[in-house]
Every structure is written in structure tokens, then in C-alpha cells.
Write a protein that binds this ligand. Structure first.
Ligand SMILES: Cc1cc2nc3c(=O)[nH]c(=O)nc-3n(C[C@H](O)[C@H](O)[C@H](O)COP(=O)(O)OP(=O)(O)OC[C@H]3O[C@@H](n4cnc5c(N)ncnc54)[C@H](O)[C@@H]3O)c2cc1C
Length: 366
């Protein structure tokens, strides 16, 4: 078999790279460590309820990048779902982000848009909001004591002076009507792509291998596995946070009335409850069925062997990631990308955008 390019990792970055290269006439070998493509966007259909469960946590596609939206819509029709997030604090429920709905309910006032800035200029009120909605949540997310969470975090959380409770500002948003897995199947449905699952790509003594097999060495390699693993962790391991999910099927039609509720107090051990049927409001059958799937999300310290979810960014980890990137640059024809390859949090659309850029110079017809 002729191979013109190797892509390691069939997440959204690797699948986009593979598709773009195949469309330029190349024969691409796509290697995936797991049993199926999709990376952390991969879903499973719950056999009992037929509900699409986002196995690695809720994933909502949202973008304002026209090329990305055009690309994604070639492989999926989206249902136009608009994401709203609620926050539960001491048994009361509020609409995030910080806007008129939350501020008015929390302080028991009835502000109009023009009054928000003046009202929130009072530091005691900012602090009260920070303590209720960010301190506990952030401490759970990053495994720190609540007192160690710096209020400067709140500067990064925009306060809206209106009633808009849409979580994302992007113009395009939704969930694939036929599910995320179908989107990946369609992306990889190209005669130029050969997908091999359950095989780990690695670099051994300067040579790329797939499991025990040696690969052609003179072709471009697009790597979206962990960049520290690529080089045998020679400078040390990059730090991550992991997540543990607890799934439950409940004999009720609707558990929480929305897809995601954040639990912001430090005392509640989980950060969020996901209820997946709400991502497909168009699916009347599962919406009306007297059963639902919920998943509690528990952040946890990462250790080797755990899934890597969030890079722990600090000066030390940035320097370590940089050392690996310098190492990668020494290999001609090697591109390390995606969230693991770049050690960077990427939303799905930014991951696709980066993959489109990484293959922009690969010439050829579609
Ligand atoms: C909890 C959570 C929620 C999120 N929610 C959203 C959301 O709502 N909207 C949004 O836009 N984004 C969301 N994201 C981000 C989204 O998950 C990423 O953008 C996306 O997963 C990035 O894709 P990727 O291909 O870079 O990485 P991945 O999805 O991690 O794919 C990498 C793939 O490489 C494989 N691999 C690793 N090493 C090897 C190897 N040596 N050989 C072969 N294969 C290998 C892995 O098995 C994996 O399949 C969320 C992320 C998290 C953590």
C-alpha cells in the first residue's frame, strides 16, 4: 500500500488533517490508539434509552469562523441547539453567565441594563458573586483550596448588561443531528484514508512505528498524541487535570430541565451534571420517554494512565511544552498539533481551524 502521509490520532484535529490531505490526492494512514475515531468528542448511544451520551463530557459545536463552519457542515447537519448553563448555589438555580438574570435574582434587585455597571462597581458585590459562583467551582476544577483562588480570575469572566443567557457568543452553534460519531464516519469516508484503530503510534530510536510495525520514514507525519510521550518524556511529564464521570439512568422524563447545571459550592464534590437528552430537543421520542441519562463530572488529579483533559498551565509547564516543541522542530516533515500535540486547550472549532492551517500548503485537487 502506498502511503503519502501518516496521521497519528483520530480526534477532530487528526480527522480534519486526514480529510484535507486525502482531498489533495494523498493516501493517508490514520492511526488511532482507541477502538474508534473521534477522540474526546466521541459519543456512545445508551442502549437502554437510545440517548446520545457524550462519553468525555458535554460537547457543543460553536464557531464564528466561516471556513470551519463550512467544513463541519459538509459532514453533519446541525440542529441549532443553543447552549445555556445554569448554576446551582446553595440549592438555588441561576442562569450563567453573569448577566441581568443572575445578578437580579442573586441580589434580589430589578436592575435595568444601564444600572449594572454602577451596581457592580461595589467591590463587596463583586466579591459576593465571585465567592458564590467561581471560588468553589474553580477550586474543585483545579484541585486547590478555595482560599487559594485568586479573585483576579473574575476579571476574565465578562459581566453582561442584558438578559442574554446564551453561553456562547458564536454565530453558529448546534449538535450534529445524526450524532457526532456519524460526523467522524463521514469525514473519514474517503478512498484516500485508511484508518487503523487500536494501534499506538510511537517514535522509537528516531523511527516512527505503528504498534510493532515500522512505517515509511520519508513521508510527512502529523502527530496529535501527547507531545511528551512522542519523545519518551525525556524532559519530564507535562501536567494535566483529569475527570471522572459517573453515569446514571433515571426513570424520569426530565431530571433537571436543561443539558448542564454547574454546582458551584466547594462542598458539592462534582462540578456539573449533564443530562444528554436536552442536546436533541428535535428527537421527540427520547424527549418524551420516561427515562433519562445523567452524568456527574468530578475533576481529579491526573496521573500517568489517566485521560488527559485540561493542561495545567503555568510558567513551568509552558517551558516544558516549549522544550518538546523545539525537539519536534528538529524532525523534518513532523507537525505536532491538536490539544495533546500542542499542550493547549482547544475548542473543536479552533482544533479544526488549526488542522486546516496545518494542511493549507498541501496542494492538489479535491
Ligand atoms: C470536558 C471537556 C468538554 C469540552 N467541551 C467542548 C465543547 O462543548 N465545545 C467545543 O468546541 N470543545 C469542547 N472541548 C474541547 C474538545 O474536546 C477538543 O477541541 C477536541 O477534543 C480536540 O481534538 P484533538 O483531535 O486535538 O484531541 P483529541 O480529541 O484528544 O484526539 C486525540 C486522539 O489521538 C489519539 N492518540 C493519542 N496518542 C496516540 C498515539 N500515540 N497513537 C495513536 N493515537 C493516539 C487519542 O486516542 C485521541 O483519539 C471540551 C474538552 C473537554 C476536556
Amino acid at each position: 500500500m502506498t502511503i503519502d502521509a501518516i496521521v497519528a490520532g483520530a480526534g477532530i484535529w487528526g480527522c480534519t488533517v486526514a480529510r484535507r490531505l486525502a482531498e489533495t490526492g494523498r493516501q493517508v494512514l490514520l492511526l488511532e490508539r482507541r477502538a474508534a475515531p473521534g477522540g474526546n468528542v466521541r459519543c456512545e448511544t445508551d442502549p437502554q434509552t437510545g440517548i446520545e451520551v457524550h462519553s468525555f463530557g458535554s460537547h457543543i459545536f460553536h464557531t464564528h469562523i466561516p471556513e470551519v463552519w463550512d467544513f463541519a457542515r459538509r459532514f453533519a447537519d446541525f440542529n441549532g441547539y443553543q447552549h445555556k448553563v445554569l448554576a446551582n448555589y446553595k440549592g438555588k438555580t441561576y442562569f450563567l453567565p453573569l448577566g441581568l438574570a443572575l445578578i437580579n435574582k442573586f441580589f434580589g434587585v430589578e436592575l435595568s441594563p444601564g444600572e449594572v455597571a454602577g451596581f457592580m462597581a461595589d467591590e463587596a458585590r463583586s466579591r459576593a458573586l465571585f465567592d458564590a459562583f467561581f471560588r468553589g467551582y474553580t477550586s474543585k476544577q483545579w484541585g486547590k483550596a478555595p482560599e487559594d483562588i485568586d479573585p483576579s480570575v473574575i476579571k476574565r469572566v465578562p459581566v453582561r448588561e442584558n438578559w442574554d443567557t446564551n453561553y456562547f457568543n458564536d454565530t453558529n452553534q448546534g449538535i450534529p443531528l445524526a450524532g457526532y460519531n456519524s460526523m467522524f464516519d463521514r469525514m473519514l469516508d474517503h478512498s484516500g484514508i485508511t484508518l487503523r484503530c487500536n494501534v499506538e503510534a510511537r517514535l522509537e530510536n528516531g523511527k516512527f512505528k505503528a504498534g510493532g510495525d515500522e512505517l515509511p520514514q520519508s513521508v510527512p507525519v502529523y502527530w496529535s498524541g501527547p507531545i511528551d510521550a512522542l519523545f519518551g518524556w525525556k524532559f519530564g511529564r507535562l501536567p494535566w487535570r483529569t475527570l471522572r464521570f459517573e453515569k446514571e439512568i433515571l426513570p424520569v422524563r426530565d431530571f433537571q430541565g436543561t443539558a448542564v447545571v454547574n454546582y458551584t459550592e466547594a462542598e458539592v464534590p462534582y462540578t456539573r451534571i449533564h443530562e444528554f437528552k436536552h442536546y436533541h430537543p428535535e428527537d421527540k421520542k427520547t424527549m418524551e420517554a420516561p427515562a433519562t441519562v445523567v452524568m456527574r463530572e468530578y475533576p481529579a488529579e491526573w496521573k500517568p494512565g489517566d485521560e488527559q483533559y485540561y493542561p495545567v498551565e503555568n510558567a513551568e509547564s509552558r517551558a516544558l511544552a516549549e522544550a518538546y516543541k523545539v525537539e519536534a522542530a528538529k524532525y523534518e516533515g513532523l507537525t505536532a498539533g491538536g490539544r495533546l500535540g500542542e499542550y493547549k486547550y482547544y475548542d473543536m472549532d479552533k482544533s479544526i481551524e488549526a488542522a486546516l492551517k496545518a494542511t493549507a500548503n498541501a496542494k492538489g485537487g479535491v
